[in-house]
Design a protein around this ligand. Structure first.
Ligand SMILES: Cc1ncc(COP(=O)(O)O)c(C=O)c1O
Length: 298
């Protein structure tokens, strides 16, 4: 069942409220470097200090654990825990991919302890990783997923999608939104899903991902400034040994627009219909910028 909102942050608000109401518990475990939006609960759920600076004390509901740390999760998860909320690839936090062992065990621990598993698919969902949702790479079954961004392809929409048995806790008057589920945004979302939730389209996105990572490894691996290349699907992070921002400014001059993820990571999130030629050009522009920035190849 689906609750429609207007943005990712609102989708997460819905998921957080739903998890607390359905379980009658208050604690929500999230992870360091995570990003869950800029509303008050979204900000408090986020595991990055810089997002919270200047806004005073945060909500006690959220506990932030090191990402992929199973022992920490086992220690923290208890009878007061309503949910574990996690990104499959931490997007804003630096393109860190969840480990298979961690997410599988986390799903098991949640199921055994009556804790809801919320996967924030706001950046990773809607085909971004070559599957409709990124959790599908891991054979797990979350209780709630949140989506936004690509779902509207430019129009404002977000959604918290939960197992049907959770819907009873969100009856009329419990939670709502004036514009959530409006006909224009939902029509856009249906059109998006018609195109993207299609095996051929997703296979092409996966093929493009393979090409992107092959080229990134081949062209950038020997540059001293490149520390690590990581990601999933069409979500790539190039961790540098220097700040990403000046490099991104130079890249923009040469015609390649990208955002940072964390302080030192160049994040590439090309459109899912990117062409092979565009990928080749992007990697070449990135390499040229890194070299031009007086960074010497080994
Ligand atoms: C993982 C994740 N969650 C939540 C959000 C917040 O989404 P919105 O900006 O639509 O509120 C974002 C946005 O970057 C995100 O990447």
């Amino acid at each position: 069942m689906c609750f429609f909102a207007n943005s990712g942050a609102e989708a997460n608000e819905a998921a957080i409220k739903l998890a607390r109401k359905a379980t009658g518990r208050t604690k929500i475990i999230t992870f360091l470097q995570s990003f869950h939006g800029r509303t008050f609960a979204g900000m408090a759920a986020t595991g990055q200090e810089k997002i919270k600076q200047g806004f005073g004390s945060m909500l006690e509901t959220f506990i932030h654990l090191p990402f992929n740390d199973l022992e920490a999760l086992k220690t923290e998860l208890d009878s007061d825990t309503a949910a574990v909320m996690v990104e499959i690839v931490q997007g804003e936090g630096g393109i860190h991919v969840v480990s298979t062992e961690f997410i599988k065990e986390a799903a098991k621990l949640c199921a055994e302890n009556g804790v809801l598993l919320i996967i924030d698919e706001i950046q990773t969902g809607i085909g971004r990783t070559g599957k409709p949702f990124a959790f599908q790479h891991f054979g797990i079954e979350p209780d709630i997923i949140t989506v936004a961004k690509g779902l509207g392809n430019g129009l404002p929409i977000g959604a918290a999608i939960g197992k049907a048995e959770l819907a009873q806790f969100f009856g009329p008057g419990t939670h709502g939104s004036t514009f959530g589920g409006n006909p224009i945004s939902t029509a856009a979302a249906i059109a998006v899903m018609d195109i993207i939730f299609n095996d051929e389209f997703l296979k092409e996105a996966s093929d493009k991902s393979r090409l992107l990572f092959e080229l990134l490894h081949k062209e950038l691996c020997c540059l001293e400034v490149v520390k690590e290349i990581r990601g999933l699907g069409l979500m790539a992070g190039i961790e540098l040994t220097v700040a990403a921002q000046p490099i991104l400014a130079e890249m923009r001059k040469s015609g390649l627009i990208a955002l940072p993820a964390g302080e030192k990571v160049v994040r590439l999130l090309p459109p899912l219909n990117v062409t092979a030629e565009e990928i080749e050009k992007a990697v070449s522009l990135l390499k040229g910028t890194l070299i031009k920035s007086k960074i010497t190849a080994l």
